[in-house]
Write a protein of this length. Sequence first.
Length: 550
Amino acid sequence: MLHGETVGLARRNDAEWWREAVIYQVYLRSFCDADGDGIGDLPGLRAGLRYLGELGVDAIWLSPCFPSPQRDHGYDVADYTSIDATYGTLDDFDALVGEAHALEIKVVLDLVPNHCSMEHPLFQQALAEGPAGPTRELFHFAEGRGPGGGRPPSNWRSIFGGSVWERVIEPDGEPGQWYFHLFTAAQPDWNWTNPRVRAMFADVLRFWLDRGVDGFRIDAAGALFKGDLLCDLEDPGVDERAHVPANPLAWGRPEVHDVYRSWRRICDDYAREDGSDRLLVGEISGFVARDVRTFLRADELHEAFLFELLEAPWNRERFRVIIERELRDGLASAGSLAWTLGSHDCVRLATRYGIDANETAEVGVARARAASLLVLALPGPVFLYQGDELGLPEAELPDSALTDPIFEHTGGERRGRDGCRVPLPWSGDAAPFGFSPPTHARPPWLPQPELFAAHTVERQRSDHASTWQLHRRALAMRRSLGARRDGRLRWLDVVPDVLAFRHEETLTCATNFASEPRRAPRPGTPQLTTASAPTGWLAPHSTAWWIEEV
Ligand code: GLC
């Protein structure tokens, strides 16, 4: 791309609130615990809504809060149209939606259509009916291989470790058929070629839309349909080894587009009623961005997460290439990729940037702040993972505290994702740091490290230079620029190691990737910086914003 060329995303219309939204991912178990059982809940989230309003987010994406035996912390759903008692009740949920809307915060639910929980009544019914029962067709049951069917029907391996097949004990008490699960054995996959499954999920969507939700994040969105499950793979361990979706028979089958088209029609029906889109955002991991874009046609998903920045090292060229490509290709898509730097599935941002280059924790935090301000300056939606607004580090947890099924399934080889899921520190100097009420009955479900004391919301609120204040100011400025951000920007390639761009008449943003100061690409004092520097300079590992006068 030529220096000075303008790139950008489509202009938005009023219904399309999601195009520029900052969506805060609430990992509910770890947000705020109102009843003192050590697990975050909906009343806790209601109490924290004012905090989110003050931070200035446009929407929240709520991790699964449906009844679940919690074998994968809610990504094993036993009932898609109710609330897990650990988190509260449907009344709590309704109150949450009402109160969030009063604060102009939209609510996006996490929908898990690829698989359910073993405890889902239909799976239980399928087990009870035996091999000839019709309910087995809602899942993927098959006979085993070898004498007595004792070997799995094919050689595929799960992304979480182990075989994708689990053998059941039939009603007669004998080992019988096997069922397919892309993730853990506690998460049987639905058979999406069965029309009953489609109809059921259409009803689930309507159930929540009727309760006022503003959209859905679609879990494992590329996985619903599979190729021939009984066919052996040449490289059966590809998912298990890569830890990301890579098996071409399991991910990205074309039939899935038709499902999302039908969901889009449902969402658009609701949007027509009040002129506000109901968002569909897909977790389409393991695909190159080009393939992800096929989900973003005008009649499919509105958004998909862009995971490449999240996986990229702290490197100017990598950031530049990814951003440039997304903005250029974005013009051709109806929907938008969403900038994402963290989630409940990966090592915390502040720690990741520290580990990458064997840098100190301070450098990791400085880079995390700079990266966050950089993506917040870009056109397009941004997902902000709970706790990243506080610059929380990954928690180092003892083996005995780990709860992620990945740890168990890989025999401890992979430690899993607990370290980024530790409950938020709100206040005080010791655990539970205000996460649970003073009279709590149980400690937080994952132990909070002592160093969280330095990161509490309380402390950061009163510290002008804190990571929380930085995010609050950035979100307020981003919002105040509003319609002046027309989705287009121009690169300013003027200083080595510095990635800089300008939105006409709104904002100039510059990030210094070097560990020494660099000249700023424009004169004047920036309105916002992640690290202070003399006028005309950028501090090492920092981002600065200059708001243009009009
Ligand atoms: C998605 C979720 C992850 C979960 C998996 C299985 O990748 O983000 O947390 O374990 O799906 O549902």
